[in-house]
Every structure is written in structure tokens, then in C-alpha cells.
Design a protein. Structure first.
Length: 188
């Protein structure tokens, strides 16, 4: 099966962006791992900010609910159209209800770095956004009930799913072997 021109153009775009990101990641002229890592995190944030729908913003900081908080997150993707953040100079505090995803950035793959990612993901999983139905949930339920009445059908209910914050990690470089032994409670 031959790929069409659009598919090839999209693939070409992402291949060019990969080359651009890799070149930008190599720009720091110092050997300080913290500065290099911060530089690369900013590259990822800028890339995602260009790619995501305008409803979402990209930042860094900590995610809070009423009881728990995350560890510092390298990249936080949050719904900035419907929720505020509490900005500080170089990071922000984000409300759990607004956060859609958290990404940890690492320069090199190692068992120690992967363990750090797992611990930070566990801290995100411990955050429990409110369980009450949101205004959107209530409106959707009312729409379903009205639609059932209009079509003289039985209302079948509305599925409400609890908000969950996604977690991911990006490793700029890594080894050939990704086999790792981890404590079972941290592996999902």
C-alpha cells in the first residue's frame, strides 16, 4: 500500500521537528546537568505549546488538590481556558481539576532516573480531584434526559468518569535494554 502525499508530508513535518529539537537540545555550552536539563525541558514545553489546542497551556510546577500535592513536575499540561494557575517566577501551582497531563523529562535513561519517574507518577496518582459532578456533567445529563423525552425513549443514564491526570516521561537518549525490575506497587 502506497502512502498518500498528506501522510508523507505530516511524517516529514515531524521528522524535521525531531531534528530541530535534537539540535536545540545540544546547544548548551556548559557541562552543568541541571542547566542542560532545564534547557531541554524548556524546548519540550515550547514544542508542546505550539502543538496543543489553544485551550491548553504548558507550564512547570506542582499540582495540588485539597489534601495532596505532586512533586515538582517538568511539564504540566492544563486547561487554561477554564481554570487559573497560581504563577510564581519560574513555576506555578496548578489545581488538580485543571491538569490533563504531567510529563517528566530526563536526558538519559537509567534505572535511577526511571525510579524517579515512577515516584513522581505515584505522587500524581495520589492526587484525587473532586468526585462531585461538574457543571458540564450536569448539563450533559440534562441534555440526555431531554433527548430521551423528545424521542419518547427511556433515559438510559449518563456515564460520569472521574477525572484522572495522565503521566508520561520523555528520555532524550537511552540504552538498548529497557528491562527493569521495579517494586510492584510503582508499576502500572
Amino acid at each position: 500500500m502506497r502512502k498518500n502525499e498528506t501522510t508523507l508530508a505530516v511524517q516529514g513535518y515531524f521528522q524535521a521537528k525531531r531534528k530541530e529539537l535534537m539540535a536545540l537540545a545540544e546547544l548548551p555550552i556548559c557541562n552543568h546537568s541541571g542547566l542542560i536539563g532545564g534547557h531541554r525541558e524548556q524546548i519540550y514545553r515550547a514544542y508542546l505549546a505550539d502543538l496543543l489546542p489553544r485551550r491548553y497551556s504548558v507550564g512547570r510546577g506542582m499540582v495540588y488538590d485539597l489534601i495532596a500535592r505532586s512533586k515538582e513536575a517538568d511539564i504540566v499540561i492544563w486547561d487554561s481556558s477554564n481554570f487559573p494557575s497560581l504563577p510564581l517566577l519560574d513555576h506555578s501551582f496548578f489545581f488538580a481539576e485543571s491538569v490533563r497531563g504531567v510529563i517528566e523529562c530526563k536526558s538519559n535513561w537509567s534505572a535511577e532516573q526511571f525510579q524517579d519517574v515512577l515516584e513522581k507518577s505515584a505522587a500524581i496518582d495520589a492526587i484525587v480531584p473532586p468526585k462531585e459532578p461538574t457543571l458540564d456533567d450536569v448539563v450533559e445529563t440534562l441534555n440526555a434526559r431531554v433527548s430521551a423525552l423528545e424521542h419518547e425513549a427511556e433515559y438510559q443514564g449518563t456515564l460520569l468518569v472521574k477525572h484522572q491526570i495522565g503521566t508520561a516521561a520523555m528520555f532524550l537518549t537511552g540504552g538498548q535494554n529497557l528491562t527493569l525490575t521495579c517494586p510492584p506497587k510503582l508499576v502500572r
